[in-house]
Design a protein around this ligand. Structure first.
Ligand SMILES: NC(=O)c1ccc[n+]([C@@H]2O[C@H](COP(=O)([O-])OP(=O)(O)OC[C@H]3O[C@@H](n4cnc5c(N)ncnc54)[C@H](OP(=O)(O)O)[C@@H]3O)[C@@H](O)[C@H]2O)c1
Length: 370
C-alpha cells in the first residue's frame, strides 16, 4: 500500500463552475428526487450546518412532491411528503429552481429510476447541474455517455462521486491523477459492498444463501439480490471508473461472471429468495477448492495492463489486500504511470446511506464553493 487517500474530494467530469458565474450571493438551489434510503439520508445532511447556503426548493418521490422557490426552512422529509397531494410534475420542480434566482440550479437524482437518469443530459443542456447516486447514465452505452459528457462540457457540472465506492474519493482521485498527467495502467479491487460482505463472511459454516438473506435483511444488497450477484452493478462501476480515467469502454467490453444460476433467472424476487439455496453447492465447491490451495474467494473487478476488463469470483492469496477486507469494505488499487511499483490504494466502507449521501453533499458543496 503506497498511499491511503482519506479526504473526500467532490468532483464532476465537467468544470465545476462556468467562467461567467456572476455572484455567489444567491448560492445553490436544489431539488431532491428520491426519498428512499439515500435521499432520506441526504435530506438529513441538508438540515445540518455543513449544508448552509444550499437551499432545498423541491423534494419528490415517485408519486408526490413539495416545492417552494424561496427554499424550505428545513428540508421536508418522508413524513411531510406523505401528506402532500399525489401529484408528480418535473416541470413544477424545475420552475421552482428557476424562480429561486440561484447561480447554480441543481437536480439531485437519488432515485435509481432509469427514466430519470435518461433526463440527465437534457437537464444539463437546459442549464441545470446534476448530482447523482444513480449509475445509469454514467455507465450508459457510449452514444448516451458522449451526449452526457458533451452536455456537461458546456459549463454545467455532473456530480457523480456517489456512483462508485459510496463516499470513498475514488473518481476524484482518478481525475486528479489524470489532470496531473498521470495515466491509469491497471485497476483492481472489490467494488461491491454486498459481495464484499458475503465473501468476507463466508467460511463454509453457514450456507451462502443464509448469508445472502442476512445481507439483504441488513440492507447491504439490493431488494433483488440478483442485481448484486449478477456482477452487472460491479461491471457498471468498472465502466464509470475507466471512463473517468479517459478510457473508451462500454459495458459489453467487460467480461462478467454472474453468480446467478440459470434456474434462478427469470423468476420473481420472492421465488428467487425461496430457492436461493440453489446457489449453495457451487459456492461451497469453489470455497473448498480455494481452501485446498490456501486461497480465499473474492469477487474482484479488474482492468489489466492490456485493457482487459473483468469482474468475477477469483481465488486470492491470504496476503492479497482483497483477502484482508472486512464488513462491506470496498478496495480500489490504482496502478498508474507514477504509482507503478505499488498501487495507490483506496479502501473503506463502500455501501451505506450515510456515506453515499455524504458523497452527494460533497458534490453540492463543491458547486456552492466553486
Ligand atoms: N443504498 C445505497 O447504499 C446506495 C449506494 C450507492 C448508490 N446508490 C444508488 O442510489 C440510488 C437510490 O438508491 P436507494 O437505495 O435510496 O433506493 P430506494 O430506497 O429504493 O429509493 C428510491 C427512491 O426514488 C424514488 N423515485 C423513483 N422514481 C422516481 C421519480 N421518477 N421521481 C422521484 N422519485 C422517484 C422512490 O419513490 P417512492 O418512495 O415513491 O417509491 C424512492 O423514494 C440508486 O441509483 C442506487 O443505485 C445507493
Amino acid at each position: 500500500v503506497s498511499a491511503v487517500v482519506r479526504s473526500i474530494e467532490p468532483t464532476a467530469f465537467a468544470p465545476h463552475a462556468p467562467v461567467d458565474v456572476p455572484s455567489r450571493s444567491r448560492g445553490v438551489a436544489i431539488v431532491v428526487l428520491g426519498t428512499g434510503v439515500v435521499g432520506s439520508a441526504l435530506l438529513r445532511l441538508l438540515a445540518t450546518t455543513a449544508a448552509s447556503d444550499i437551499r432545498v426548493v423541491g423534494v419528490a418521490n415517485s408519486s408526490r412532491q413539495l416545492c417552494d422557490a424561496r427554499g424550505f426552512a428545513s428540508p421536508p422529509g418522508v413524513a411531510a411528503l406523505a401528506l402532500a397531494p399525489a401529484v408528480r410534475d418535473d416541470d413544477a420542480l424545475l420552475c421552482a429552481l428557476d424562480a429561486s434566482d440561484s447561480v447554480r440550479r441543481v437536480i439531485v437524482d437519488a432515485t435509481g429510476s432509469s427514466a430519470t437518469a435518461a433526463l440527465h443530459a437534457r437537464w444539463l443542456d437546459a442549464g441545470y447541474d446534476v448530482v447523482t447516486a444513480s449509475k445509469d447514465a454514467a455507465a450508459a452505452p457510449a452514444s448516451r455517455w458522449r451526449a452526457l459528457r458533451e452536455a456537461a462540457s458546456r459549463g454545467r457540472a455532473y456530480g457523480d462521486s456517489a456512483t462508485v465506492g459510496a463516499g470513498l474519493p475514488v473518481l476524484s482521485t482518478l481525475r486528479r491523477l489524470r489532470a496531473c498527467g498521470d495515466a491509469l495502467v491497471a485497476l483492481e479491487g472489490v467494488f461491491s459492498g454486498s459481495l464484499s460482505w458475503l465473501f468476507n463472511r463466508y467460511d463454509g459454516t453457514r450456507t451462502f444463501s443464509a448469508l445472502l438473506r442476512e445481507a439483504r435483511a441488513w440492507g447491504y444488497t439490493e431488494p433483488d439480490p440478483r442485481f448484486d450477484l449478477s456482477g452487472i452493478d460491479v461491471a457498471r462501476k468498472v465502466v464509470i471508473l475507466a471512463r473517468a480515467a479517459g478510457r473508451s469502454i462500454d459495458l459489453s467490453d467487460v467480461a462478467v461472471e454472474s453468480l446467478v444460476p440459470d434456474a434462478l433467472r427469470g423468476i420473481g424476487v420472492a421465488d428467487f429468495l425461496e430457492n436461493a439455496s440453489l446457489l449453495d453447492d457451487a459456492i461451497a465447491r469453489r470455497f473448498a477448492e480455494a481452501t485446498a490451495r490456501v486461497r480465499v474467494l473474492r469477487y474482484v473487478a479488474s482492468i489489466d495492463a492490456n485493457g482487459e476488463a473483468r469482474v468475477g469470483l477469483v481465488e486470492v492469496a491470504p496476503s492479497h489486500p482483497a483477502a484482508r477486507l472486512s464488513g462491506t469494505d470496498n478496495l480500489f488499487a490504482l496502478t498508474t504511470t507514477r504509482y507503478r511499483a505499488q498501487p495507490l490504494v483506496i479502501q473503506g466502507p463502500g455501501a451505506g446511506a450515510e456515506v453515499t449521501a455524504q458523497a452527494l453533499l460533497g458534490d453540492l458543496i463543491a458547486l456552492r464553493d466553486a
